[in-house]
Design a binder for this molecule. Structure first.
Ligand code: FES
Length: 268
């Protein structure tokens, strides 16, 4: 990722090779898939967030994570588990208190940075392929210095995961009382994956096991650090899995709320 603008002192210049890259494999495939995957997800999420309908299933109390917590005065009152504080203007998302933080949490995530730096900014698109830009300023100046605030967005993400968990618990409902259906499995699966993604965060790993001189005096933190580290090496997979579970949970709730399908009920 080093260019002439940031080349360490004493580093030698790139060999005089005419070809842009000597790689002959399909190095462009991974960035291309990333562009298609992230582009499709962001398009879907944007449409859904500004649709302002089909986010709540009254009979079973299913609430899509894209509208949680629902805080505008346009929200269906039963779907507003934490109150209504904002006017229901079209431009204001119904989950306006959480979506910006979730967006910033993902945007500043170490994995997503790698993904969009490579795929969208071509900086660089792959190993041993030249940067798409003449210079590289790194993350020490505005705007990319904001990436360093990731650890703070992690705390917000923890609170939002708690809210999503609460929504999933409240969804064990039927018109008669307790109920359980396919929607519960989907919402629950989404919450479990969201926790796994959040806890596997690099900032979380540092909070759990960082700033210690030796682990032997902190066995509990060492053990927790081991669990988080196990998840941490799967962070990329969890980043993609949670995009999938979020979209699935939202699409399922939308389909039931719109009356396109009926929820498969195990306990009515
Ligand atoms: Fe990806 Fe923190 S590094 S969520």
């Amino acid at each position: 990722m080093t260019s002439s603008a940031t080349k360490p002192r004493g580093a030698r210049a790139r060999a005089a090779i005419a070809a842009k890259t000597l790689r002959t494999d399909r190095w462009w495939l991974a960035p291309l898939i990333t562009v298609i995957g992230l582009g499709a997800w962001v398009t879907y999420a944007t449409v859904r967030v500004f649709m302002h309908k089909w986010y709540w299933v009254e009979d079973y109390h299913y609430l899509t994570p894209f509208y949680s917590p629902c805080v505008t005065d346009r929200c269906i009152p039963e779907a507003s588990h934490f109150g209504q504080y904002l006017p229901g203007w079209w431009i204001i998302p119904d989950a306006a208190f959480t979506l910006p933080f979730l967006l910033l949490f993902r945007l500043t995530c170490y994995y997503y940075r790698k993904a969009y730096y490579r795929s969208f900014w071509l900086s660089p698109p792959a190993c041993a392929v030249p940067d798409g830009h003449a210079s590289y300023g790194g993350e020490t100046r505005f705007p990319l210095i904001v990436q360093n605030s990731h650890r703070y967005f992690f705390y917000f993400a923890m609170v939002i995961s708690l809210i999503n968990t609460w929504d999933a618990i409240l969804a064990f409902h039927s018109p008669e009382g307790f109920g359980f259906g396919l929607g519960n499995l989907i919402l629950l699966g989404n919450v479990i994956m969201l926790w796994a993604y959040t806890i596997s965060c690099h900032s979380c790993r540092h909070i759990i096991g960082g700033r210690l001189k030796n682990f032997s005096k902190h066995p509990v933190r060492y053990r927790a650090w081991g669990y988080v580290s196990w998840l941490n090496v799967r962070h990329m997979q969890l980043a993609w899995i949670t995009l999938g579970t979020l979209a699935l949970a939202d699409f399922y709730v939308m389909s039931v709320a719109a009356g396109w399908i009926s929820d498969l009920r195990f306990i009515n």
